[in-house]
Design a protein around this ligand. Structure first.
Ligand code: COA
Length: 171
């Protein structure tokens, strides 16, 4: 699928599921994204997604060196404040934080959004206290547009990345 210097996005396979369950049930990892999900129901939810080849989805992020699953990332369509948007999402396991992985995959997904998906705009919905995520967004060219109220009652910062066709080609 998509490869960077150290990482690759993989089509979801059943042997990825245990690591994804650990990721989504970790209180620290999910602190700003709805809290830990129920470990009992997560495997079935991932089973439904096995082998998905939708262009808009989240994918396991693997280390190219040894295949370890370190995160989950991708682009998904979402209605935000009455507008159809495409949201960039990156989630990494705690052991993988601080090594530039989110920045590396975000840059690759931005290029993919321009070159392969033909998008002109990406957004990132970020909890106002999630400074690490906001930092990654800003480093990869996102700009804070405004605060939006989500259906769950939470306020999120809406970061926007305008995509120029010439950009990916120039890299
Ligand atoms: C946010 C997250 C994806 C960042 O992943 P990562 O691989 O550690 O990110 P990177 O190493 O590419 O970059 C992180 C940057 O934020 C900085 N940073 C880390 N913690 C920070 C904090 N609390 N406040 C401000 N900046 C912080 C790092 O120093 C680094 O910046 P630098 O490269 O300029 O030094 C990771 O922490 C995570 O998975 N969090 C839980 C899931 C989540 O919240 N995802 C985002 C949903 S909107």
């Amino acid at each position: 699928m998509l490869r960077t210097r150290r990482l690759e996005l993989a089509v979801l396979q059943s042997d990825h599921i245990p690591a994804l369950v650990d990721l989504w049930s970790d209180p620290e990892v999910t602190r700003y994204t709805g809290g830990p999900r129920d470990r009992a129901t997560l495997p079935a939810a991932f089973q439904e997604d096995l082998g998905s080849d939708s262009p808009f989805d989240l994918w396991p992020v693997l280390l190219r060196s040894d295949g370890t699953l370190v995160g989950y990332a991708g682009i998904i369509p979402k209605q935000i404040a009455g507008r159809n948007e495409h949201e960039l999402i990156y989630v990494f396991s705690r052991a993988a934080w601080g090594q530039g992985f989110a920045t590396e995959i975000a840059k690759a997904l931005i290029d993919h959004a321009i070159g392969k998906l033909g998008l002109k705009r990406l957004v990132a919905l970020i909890d106002p206290e999630n400074n690490a995520s906001a930092h990654v967004a800003k480093k990869t060219g996102f700009v804070l547009e405004r605060t939006v109220d989500r259906d769950d009652g939470h306020k999120k910062h809406l970061y926007v990345r305008t995509l120029a066709e010439t950009e990916a080609a120039a890299r």
